[in-house]
Write a protein that binds this ligand. Structure first.
Ligand code: NDP
Length: 377
């Protein structure tokens, strides 16, 4: 008999009969299942696709929320959005197709409402956080107790995945209460639900951010540290993409991720960039910490709109710190976007109405690097 491989010696009919069996064996090896035995679903039909996961996003009404809700909804997921303010959540309805976005009223101190929000889900994201304490919720209430209640509900209903959004520089020994409570929140989430994925974003920039917009909107910039704090700003869309990636990649369970941009900036450098893009020079006033901190505490306590808090003054004196064991955006195959490349897009609305850009440059003009600024009057 010839030494040809066995499959080559079989008649073509026998080969066809064998084929499905081979396929099925390969398929069985490739089927990815979640911890609780559900198949990992990846649907690619765009906005109207059906059949993905059910995901709960706490804190979806904030800045980052819309960037993850939209991405989940258009990949066939049903998104449950626990909310507190009727008006704050309205725009999220249209981020997904009809029936994809489900709203549930929730209170962070009402355990039943939290359990109701998570119990039908396959993945839960906790984006709840506050930059400043309010009269009803201090940092501890939001970052530690709130996280504990959500993690307990996740553990109780044996939800497949839990993603806790913390903050860059979250350290148990940080002088800032915000960073300290964020670290305590991470710890408690991992104690209750050990497979919690922890995400620590750097300061994020985007259309609704509190970085570029905050600088652009004011004419007098009040700081205490001469804007010397240094950090690596990250694009909010990159963070949204990474959070969506986690639904489809179970290897991210139990991991810690730090999301940061490609370049380090000081606040003064960003402020200079903002001035350049909005074609305006804003005044910078440095007030010593010993005066600014008590004043900020007073303002935060007695004014009912967000101004500045004592802890935000403290954070001005802290540079971003990194965890050498944490993974980054690049581990998820995402190349972080540079702040400078997007600053014009996000800030052009702050330019005086006297300025407007000419249509895009022609190839020749671009080669000769001609830069026009059109002045109307
Ligand atoms: P936002 O401040 O824009 O949104 C916070 C969300 O948390 C909102 O949906 C808010 O609900 C909700 N929330 C706050 N307090 C409570 C409470 N007591 N009860 C119920 N809900 C509450 O945050 P971002 O979207 O900017 O950030 C998302 C997460 O990332 C936060 O945890 C934040 O700390 C963290 N982070 C953000 C950075 C940034 O640059 N933006 C940098 C590092 C970390 P409501 O709309 O009802 O007020």
């Amino acid at each position: 008999r010839s030494a040809a491989p066995l499959t080559a010696q079989l008649s073509s009919t026998t080969q066809i009969a064998l084929a499905p069996r081979v396929c099925r064996r390969n398929l069985n090896q490739d089927v990815r299942i979640t911890r609780t035995g559900k198949p990992l679903l990846t649907v690619s039909g765009g906005r109207s696709s059906i059949g993905g996961y059910t995901a709960t996003v706490f804190g979806a009404t904030g800045f980052l929320g819309r960037y993850i809700v939209n991405r989940l909804a258009r990949s066939g997921c049903t998104v449950v959005i626990p909310y507190r303010d009727d008006m704050a959540k309205r725009y999220l309805k249209v981020t997904g197709d009809l029936g994809r976005i489900v709203f549930l009223e929730m209170d962070l101190r009402n355990t039943a409402s939290i359990e109701e929000s998570v119990r039908h889900s396959d993945i839960v994201y906790n984006l709840i956080g506050r930059d400043y304490p309010t009269k009803n919720f201090d940092y501890d209430d939001v970052h530690v107790e709130g996280t504990a209640r959500i993690a307990e509900a996740v553990a109780k209903y044996d939800i497949d995945r839990f993603v806790q959004v913390s903050s860059h520089s979250a350290r148990l020994d940080s002088p800032s209460e915000y960073y300290r409570t964020k670290a305590q929140g991470e710890k408690i989430a991992r104690e209750i639900y050990p497979e919690t994925t922890i995400v620590r974003p750097a300061p994020m920039f985007g259309f609704e951010d509190r970085l570029l917009n905050k600088l652009a909107v004011i004419t007098n910039v009040l700081t205490s540290n001469w804007m010397q704090q240094r950090f690596w700003p990250v694009h909010v869309i990159d963070v949204g993409m990474a959070l969506e990636h986690m639904v489809h990649d179970d290897t991210t369970a139990g991991e810690t991720f730090e999301f940061y941009g490609p370049t380090e900036y000081s606040m003064a450098e960003i402020s200079e960039l903002v001035d350049k893009e909005i074609i305006k020079h804003r005044r910078h006033i440095n007030v010593p910490k010993r005066i600014m901190q008590p004043a900020a505490k007073y303002l935060n306590k007695y004014l009912w709109w967000p101004t500045i808090s004592a802890d935000e003054v403290e954070r001005e004196f802290l540079d971003q710190v990194f965890d050498p064991n944490a993974k980054s955006l690049r581990d998820l195959g995402i190349e972080p976007v540079e702040l400078k490349s997007m600053a014009y897009e996000y800030l052009k609305g702050y330019r005086s109405s006297q300025y407007s850009d000419l249509p895009p440059m022609t190839e020749r003009e671009r080669r000769e690097e001609k830069k026009y600024l059109h002045v109307i009057d």
